[in-house]
Design a protein around this ligand. Sequence first.
Ligand code: NAD
Length: 421
Amino acid sequence: MAIKEPEVLNPFTQAVTQFDTAAQRLDLPQALRAILRLPKRELTVNFPVRMDNGRVEMFTGYRVQHNINRGPAKGGIRFDANVSLDEVRALAMWMTWKCAVVDIPFGGAKGGVIVDPRKLSRTELERMTRRYATEIAGVIGPESDIPAPDVNTNPQIMAWIMDTYSMHHGYSIPAVVTGKPLSVGGSEGRMEATGRGVFFVAREACHVRGIPLEGARVIVQGFGNVGSVAARLMHDAGCRVVGLADVYGAIYSEHGIDINTALRYSQEHGSLKDLPGTVAMDSKTILEQPCEILIPAATEGQLTGRNAGRIQARLIVEAANGPTTTEADAIFRKRGIAVIPDILANAGGVTVSYFEWVQDLQHFFWSEAEINARLERIMVRSFNAVREKCEDQPNCDFRLAAYLLAVSRVAEATAVRGIYP
Ligand code: NAD
């Protein structure tokens, strides 16, 4: 098979291709296609930060709002050396579809700073975060655009953003970001929400595909906020987690890895590397090991035309955003491997972010049991809506079905609002 994919994949090209496929199938009018293909607003900021040694370093960051027709823009902030404007554009567009597929009243946005946060001290990280928050303060706000954590950002960083924004206004505005610590208006269950949502859709998909959870072999690539929770819940449900990976490498054990031990080990050693009782592998090879369920939970472009033919899973649940290229998607379709798309699979995070925002605005907080029960209802309802759409349509897979549902909801809101002026 000819491999057309370039070495460096452009996630925005991939996001637009996915949108175009859905727009074509929906027969969307030209005006709606033109509007929805492009981000509404893009901000690039270059800003100085004083480092601990007294030197001043320049950083570049972005905030992109793809669409706000269904509600305020919503999306995480990523701190990573590989951040680019096209990556942030793609992630912002995926957020629009994600909020629409679970039918919560938000549009899509994303932010990022080009930085390896592991190279910053805590005080440098705080100054960098606060300056970036100040630079984007003109476009974010509880009614306009609400950031949240993503790769390499966490509740502490959200607290600094909330505090910086509040300082500018002279009073506390907790609803400006979600994923905050509980002590400053965070929500019960938010930390675990994305991984928990991944578990709910994986469970439903296994049921539909006739894969018993008990004993199912699972491989999870990425052992951060999302991957570690998804792995633990799959393990607790009786699955055998045979492979795990983080940025330092992968570990494999055909007898199953005890997730609680792996969590403790990873916290103590900063990585999963050399976990006793496991075999070391690289984080691409692990994807190709035999398993029933593969959960990419790290970063984009992991499943490509190069490795899709060697993947042995029966079900892929996209916990990460954009882990599967369009070429890999086509190969999986041909091979009968079901892919639960990112915009559905990892929507648990934004769903509980929505709960957090609602609680902050109302100054009225819910219990963890209530949050988890509401999350489960939304994830199961959304999974079933996507499955039904998939069954209704000729030649459809879960990704196309999720896009058809999401894009039609956003297109309807866009059409009914009309073109201003
Ligand atoms: P995180 O920073 O907490 O964890 C990322 C994990 O991936 C780490 O274990 C890291 O070591 C690993 N990793 C990074 N590059 C890797 C590579 N090349 N190979 C193997 N492992 C690698 O980030 P997170 O919040 O868990 O996000 C993971 C993915 O989930 C991202 O795609 C993110 O956009 C998506 N996501 C996150 C949320 C959320 O609420 N945090 C919500 C929706 C989607």
